[in-house]
Design a protein around this ligand. Structure first.
Ligand code: PLP
Length: 428
């Protein structure tokens, strides 16, 4: 694979951008080598600056559920741009996008649009604290909620101890307001609530964990958390930034039939432009300014280009058979990949929820972060590199989801499986 232009750009990038990137996972640290620079994307494929074409299973880390530069999305954004890129005054598209979100998400009665998933979780937590008058937040190990100070926290020394920061720059005082517990462990949750029965403002989690690979909730887990939080007057926040319009149209909450108090969204609802949102029951949302006292604002929130891209994406995704078609293709792809791995004698554990999936290099089962960490990351890195040589771009880390779009068809499936034949056999 010729990559001379990417290499030159990488050198220049490292002189002017920290580590050459604007978000750490793009640096390929987990798989070795340098990232390629992308020039364009169309449908399921991207083209790098050296002219190499790659089938894209990262899709901007989830948002592009219709693939790159879908004509309907391009046209909607072009038209919106011609009408003006930002006003800071209400526009119709904000109402339409909020209505669309409410239509699909059983627990959302009112919405606030923001500009990223991070902003959504940060604001939802502030609202939960303002609403309950409590400070503590419980998070689940391995769940990622953006780079919010109080959520970049790992477990303390014991289950019910307060958290410690995972990054310098976060005051211990912030981290100590966050308690952490393992995914799929209801006993751990009960212990935390027993220790702090009336002090926990919110419990936040990804209902399907998508930032440690893809880890599914075990039967009863989400129901148990719903009961526990309700009993203690704690708000349950589902971070569906990744799972919204991916696990199901109405997110994991629709699939599993749970109504969280607040939900955070992002990724797909922006159709590739910067958008986040949070929403929930009106009696809670109405504590936000300008109706209530909890302050949260944004110059570009509800931006016309972003709302146009989001709406156009949802328009297409809502058409009969589109969402199910993506899910079905991914199921088929996963089954075939699993069969190839088995034939090659490579132990893999596969998970799938809607249009996201993961191939863990591990025998499984994987129920939480600690178990995910036992995966063979060296094996994944080698697999990744061979797939890339074969024109297939997977996430540059074992601990990321694989995303499918409506643009991925039989040609992509065939090429991916051919690449996988070689990649798995080379792992011996
Ligand atoms: C991507 C993601 C975020 C952060 O969203 P950004 O737009 O990157 O700030 C938050 N939560 C989850 C579950 C995510 O997958």
């Amino acid at each position: 694979m010729n990559n001379s232009k990417s290499r030159l750009l990488w050198e220049r990038a490292n002189r002017v951008l920290v580590g050459g990137v604007n978000s750490p996972v793009r640096a390929f640290k987990a798989v070795g080598g340098n990232p390629f620079f992308v020039a364009s994307g169309k449908g399921p494929r991207i083209r790098d600056v050296d002219g190499n074409e790659l089938i894209d299973y990262v899709l901007s880390w989830g948002p592009l559920v219709l693939g790159h530069a879908h004509p309907h999305v391009v046209e909607a954004v072009r038209k919106a741009l011609e009408r003006g890129s930002s006003f800071g005054i209400p526009t119709e598209a904000e109402v339409l996008l909020a209505e669309r979100i409410i239509k699909h998400f059983p627990s959302i009665e009112k919405v606030r649009l923001v500009n990223s998933g991070t902003e959504a979780t940060m604001s939802a937590i502030r609202l939960a604290r303002g609403y309950t008058g409590r400070d503590l937040v419980v998070k689940v190990e391995g769940c990622y909620h953006g780079h919010v100070d109080g959520l970049l926290v790992k477990a303390g020394s014991g289950l019910t101890t307060l958290g410690v920061p995972t990054s310098p720059g976060i005051p211990n005082a912030f981290a100590s307001c966050t308690l952490t517990m393992p995914f799929n462990d209801l006993k751990a949750a009960e212990a935390i609530f027993a220790a702090h029965p009336e002090d926990i403002a919110a419990l936040i989690l990804e209902p399907v964990a998508g930032n440690i690979g893809v880890v599914l909730p075990e039967p009863g887990y989400l129901e148990g958390l719903r009961e526990l939080t309700e009993k203690h007057g704690t708000l349950l926040i589902f971070d569906e930034v990744m799972t919204g319009f991916r696990v199901a149209m109405g997110g994991a909450q629709a699939k599993y039939g749970i109504r969280p108090d607040l939900t955070t969204l992002g990724k797909v609802i922006g159709g590739g432009l910067p958008v986040g949102a949070y929403g929930g029951f009106a009696k809670i949302m109405d504590h936000l300014s300008p109706v209530g006292p909890v302050y949260q604002a944004g110059t570009l929130s509800g931006n016309p280009l972003a709302t146009a891209a989001g709406l156009a994406t949802l328009d297409v995704l809502e058409q009969p058979g589109v969402f199910d078609g993506i899910e079905t293709s991914l199921t088929k792809l996963c089954a075939e990949l699993g069969a190839i791995a088995a034939k090659a004698g490579i132990p893999v554990y596969q998970t799938q929820a809607g249009s996201m999936a993961c191939l863990f290099f591990h025998e499984g089962p994987i129920r939480n972060y600690a178990e995910a960490l036992n995966s063979d990351t060296e094996c994944y890195a080698r697999f990744f590199r061979t797939m890339l040589e074969n024109g297939v771009y997977l996430a540059p880390s074992q601990f990321e989801a694989m995303f499918m779009s409506s643009a991925h068809g039989p040609a992509e499936m065939d090429q991916t499986l051919e690449g996988a034949q070689q990649a798995f056999s080379r792992l011996h």
